[in-house]
Design a protein around this ligand. Structure first.
Ligand SMILES: C[S@@+](CC[C@H](N)C(=O)[O-])C[C@H]1O[C@@H](n2cnc3c(N)ncnc32)[C@H](O)[C@@H]1O
Length: 382
């Protein structure tokens, strides 16, 4: 159906007004006077006034030139949020919101701009609470109707033998409760083997296990990159677990579970030949001889590695401690079932889409330490 002449005229005026307002807010943001803008366009400042008031229409050529000068894409003036038929776009925005729109360099619906404005007016503590609430709220919406695997119950975090702090100074009971109740938190049944694939709603294509995931940089990225795979992590440092859970929530990633405890407890329980990729990145080095037994990679770990990896599985390992690397490679190279597929050394780091820099790694590199990275393949000899 064709629109009436009156409707078309109204739309036209509305469009002119919006373009004018956007020119103005962008110009002010760039701290340009009307005169500055006029000079670059070869016009009088009165002409700019007319454009900004919406009383004069810009030609297509002039609009393109305007985009160049104001460094905005053409969509800054015409975007999907501009519903010509019924959006009271021009009247709903306050000057502050227009300025925010211009700062962003792209347009958002008026409600989102209002939300941003309100958020920025809050203190950091209130911002954190609001964000936590929103993450939880959205997560709950996503999780409705998702059955929890049979063998998960929300139990208190079990005690462990730990060598470092279990959480940061800002840790609180509320955080701990939130962590315990989070649907991605894995609590083990009292005894028996644990079939990790049963933790997921759909049988995962591949199963990844990461021990000592820290703040979860690698864990989150891989879980998001491979939505059909299942990811299980173990981390003893609760602040790291909590940050990782938040990261997973932020990306609505629900193919991951985290055991907030000693990875060795989990290793003991994982069913045989079930893991496709085992990840151990920058395990605590414990360089002193008297502390060596605290190292994650040990004969005990090696036994589990051989037991739980599927034939053809990958073991991804990295460390910045030369002695640790030496120990691990010597053990693995002696094992006929393991073959080194790749070995890299910083600065020639593997530039893989699913291998982001981790927090610990960044610290090591900026302190000038050399990091080594490995991919070992597991092919048991029959
Ligand atoms: C040096 S950090 C590296 C963290 C992370 N992989 C990274 O690259 O940033 C070692 C991590 O292993 C964790 N960790 C140490 N012993 C552990 C254990 N027995 N079970 C689970 N995590 C452990 C520590 O809490 C720490 O987060």
């Amino acid at each position: 159906m064709t629109q009436s002449k009156e409707t078309l005229e109204q739309t036209d005026t509305q469009l002119q007004l919006t373009i004018g307002q956007r020119i103005r807010s962008r110009r002010l943001l760039l701290k340009m006077t009307q005169q500055d803008l006029a000079v670059t366009l070869g016009l009088s400042f009165q002409q700019i006034q007319k454009y900004e008031r919406g009383s004069c229409r810009l030609s297509a050529t002039r609009l393109v030139k305007m985009c160049e000068i104001l460094s905005v894409p053409i969509t800054y003036f015409f975007d999907s949020n501009f519903n010509l038929s019924n959006t009271p776009f021009t009247t709903s925005f306050t000057a502050v919101q227009e300025k925010k729109q211009a700062e962003l360099g792209f347009s958002l619906p008026v409600e989102q701009i209002k939300l941003l404005d309100l958020y920025e007016q809050m203190s950091p503590t209130v911002q954190e609470t609001v964000l936590d609430f929103m993450i939880g709220y959205v997560k709950n919406l996503n999780d409705i109707n998702q059955p929890v695997a049979d063998n998960i119950t929300h139990q208190p975090i079990p005690p462990h033998q730990t060598y470092g702090r279990r959480h940061s100074r800002r840790w609180s009971n509320e955080r701990e409760q939130k962590l315990i109740q989070h649907p991605a938190t894995l609590t083990l049944p009292p005894n028996g083997p644990v079939k990790l694939t049963s933790l997921f709603q759909n049988p995962p294509h591949r199963l990844w296990l990461e021990i000592g995931l820290g703040y979860g940089e690698h864990f989150i990225v891989t879980a998001c990159n491979y939505p059909n795979d299942g990811f299980v992590g173990a981390e003893i440092y609760l602040s790291g677990v909590s940050a990782t859970l938040e990261g997973l929530d932020a990306f609505s990633c629900n193919n991951a579970r985290i055991f907030p405890g000693d990875g060795r407890v989990l290793l003991d329980r994982v069913t045989s030949q079930s893991i496709d990729t085992l990840v151990l990145l920058f395990p605590d080095p414990w360089p002193k001889a008297k502390h060596e037994k605290r190292q994650m990679f040990s004969p005990y770990f090696m036994d589990h590695l051989k037991r739980i990896l599927k034939p053809g599985a990958l073991f991804r390992f990295a460390s910045d401690a030369a002695a640790y690397v030496d120990k691990v490679t010597k053990i693995l190279d002696k094992e006929p079932s393991f073959s080194c597929a790749h070995r890299w050394k910083s600065p020639n780091r593997p530039n893989l889409q699913d291998w982001p820099y981790t927090r610990y790694e960044k610290k090591a590199l900026s302190a000038g330490r050399t990091c080594e990275y490995f991919h070992y393949l597991f092919n048991p000899i029959a």
